[in-house]
Each structure stands twice: as C-alpha cells, then as structure tokens.
Design a protein. Structure first.
Length: 342
C-alpha cells in the first residue's frame, strides 16, 4: 500500500479545462498529475504530468488498475460529451456523461475504503442544468440561484443535473442500508459553469460556442455566421477564471461549504455585444447572424444571468476578469498571438 504514488487524477485531460488545469498544477509541480483521455495530450503538456493514460472512462478494467497502482487524493472529472454533440447522439452522451461518472464515483468509493480517508471529487457542471420554460419567463427572471428551474431540456443538461445528484448520493447516502457503512466518504464538490472562452483552445461542441467561435474565426480572417439572435444574453467567463474556480473550490475547508453545487459567473453579454467587441479588434472579417432555430430554442432555456453569491460567501469566489479585462487583457492579445503567422 505504501508503494503507491499519490496522484491527482484528471479525466478529459485533452479538453479545454484540462489544458489549463494541467498547466497550472503541473508547471509548478503542485501535484503529481495522472492524466487520462481517449485522445493524446499535446506534447507541450507531457512534461507537466506524472503519467498519461490514453483510455476510456467506460473501461472498468482500466479504472480498476488505477486503484491498485495509485493512491488518488483528488479527482477532477472533466470528461464529457458537450451539449451540441450530445443532442446528435444522446445515447452516447448518456454512457459517457452518466455511466462514466458512476465509474469514477465507484473508483473514488473504493479508494476511500482502501485508504480509510476522504477523497475529493471535483465536478464541472453547467448552466445547461437549468431549464426555463419560456423566453418570456427568462426575460423576467432575476439572476438565477442554484435551486431554481431544475428542468433541463437537453441530454447534456439532464446528464449534468443527474450527476450532481449522484455526487450527493455517493457522498452522503451510499449503501445507506448496509451494515458495514464506512465512516469515510467522497467529498463531492460541483461548479455550474457558464459559457467558457479560451484563448488557447478552440471550441468543441458546446451550445455557448458562438462566443469563442466569433473570436477564433475573426482572428483567422474567416467570416462567421452566429447561430443565435443578436439579443441573446448568456453568462460567460474566461478559462483562467474557470481554472481558478476549480482550484478555489478544491482548496476550501469542507466546514465552510454549505452546499455541494455552486454557480460561478463573470459577465453576461449579448451576442451583439460580443460581435461588436470582436469587430472592433478584427475589422476585416464579416460576422453575421444566421439563427439556428433549434439551437436558439436550447439557449433560450438557459438563464441570462446566474447568481454566484453562495460561492462568494462560502469560499471567497471572485472572478479576476470582468468583460473589459476578459477581452482587452486576455482574449484579444492572446488570440492575436495564436494566429499571428496565419
């Protein structure tokens, strides 16, 4: 038992959040990272990880080997099928997003039993877990708190909401009728993220991707047709703040946490406002609006603003980047640098 290496497990390591998390934890050697994804990680991230495993979270034999080979102290479970892709293949989304999460929760539970200690399970949820029935109700709603509108209309949102409940179950009620219930349990903590915008990685199948897509297309001099109405308003934040939120929640003393699921947010622009900012900095390409009615209908069920006062109260959350700083100091300079030779 003592020979097992203590590691932090990051699933979905090749995704947008995975990039930032590995870079932060790995560059300063703040943790021994055991990274996992069905796709290989980029070469520049390899020095940041203790070990990379190319594999599937549905592979229970593989996960079983992880239990015997490593002592996992924290799991950042980032692997998922995002909202747009999930609607094209809801059964696959169910398997990856739910069955995969159950596999990781089971792995965490077995680690708890083996080590007689608690393991943190950090889970990125989404504003897709909300479902506001009508656009009129959305327009009338104030900033939405965690317990409101729990009726998502997408498979992705349903998966996320259900996995939040699974986290509560495995943390508080797992095998509650068993005679040998352990005194130790999973410490499940979830964040409902808004739309995330990264200057480093390109979007990969989310319904809020129109924001980052405008930036990345414009920086390459390509025309872009935005798939939502100009007046569409959704909450967003930049990737450095998303990484900061995950790390802050992981580090928070458990006794300060009054709930398991927290909203975080930063700014809530309309699609037109994003277009205007992008066109100011990249005047050459043409950004137009060509509404995709079915995707618009999904977006219209998500809140225009979310209330993150619980996160601010319980673990001191505050974003580094408001809308002005996000675009002016992070996104525009970094994306210009990314495509400067194109």
């Amino acid at each position: 038992m003592g020979m097992r290496k203590e590691v932090v497990l990051i699933t979905g390591a090749s995704g947008e959040i995975g990039h930032g998390l590995i870079k932060y934890l790995g560059e300063g050697k703040k943790a021994n990272i055991l990274a996992m994804d069905v796709m290989p990680i980029e070469d520049h991230l390899k020095p940041c990880v203790f070990k990379f495993i190319q594999g599937d979270i549905l592979d229970q034999m593989l996960l079983g080997r992880l239990i015997t080979e490593f002592e996992i102290s924290t799991i950042y479970h980032l692997a998922s099928i995002l909202s747009t892709k999930a609607e094209h293949n809801p059964e696959l989304a169910q398997r990856i997003n739910v069955e995969g999460t159950i596999n990781l929760l089971r792995l965490a539970t077995e680690q708890v039993q083996m080590n007689a200690s608690t393991i943190k399970f950090i889970y990125p949820s989404s504003i897709a877990a909300y479902g506001i029935p009508t656009l009129a109700q959305k327009n009338q709603a104030k900033a939405v708190v965690e317990a409101e509108w729990p009726e998502p209309t997408t498979m992705y949102g349903i998966n996320k909401l259900y996995c939040e409940h699974l986290g509560r179950y495995y943390s508080r009620h797992y095998r509650q009728l068993a005679a040998d219930t352990s005194h130790y349990s999973i410490d499940f903590r979830a964040i409902r993220f808004p739309g995330l915008i990264s200057a480093v990685t390109t979007p990969t199948g989310g319904t809020t991707d129109y924001g980052p897509e405008m930036l990345h297309y414009a920086a390459q001099g390509l025309p872009y047709a935005c798939f939502v109405r100009p007046d569409t308003r959704l909450p967003f934040m930049v990737m450095p703040d998303a990484i900061k939120a995950l790390l802050m929640l992981e580090a928070a003393p458990k006794e300060t946490l009054k709930q398991m699921v927290y909203n975080v947010t930063s700014f809530s622009p309309t699609a037109q406002e994003i277009r205007d900012i992008v066109q100011h900095h990249f005047p050459k390409p043409d950004i137009t609006f060509k509404v995709h009615e079915k995707r618009q209908n999904i977006v219209d069920t998500w809140p225009a603003e979310i209330d993150d006062s619980a996160a601010r109260r319980d673990w001191g959350w505050k974003p580094e980047y408001n809308q002005q700083r996000a675009f002016g100091e992070y996104l525009i300079p970094a994306i210009k640098e990314l495509y400067k030779n194109d």
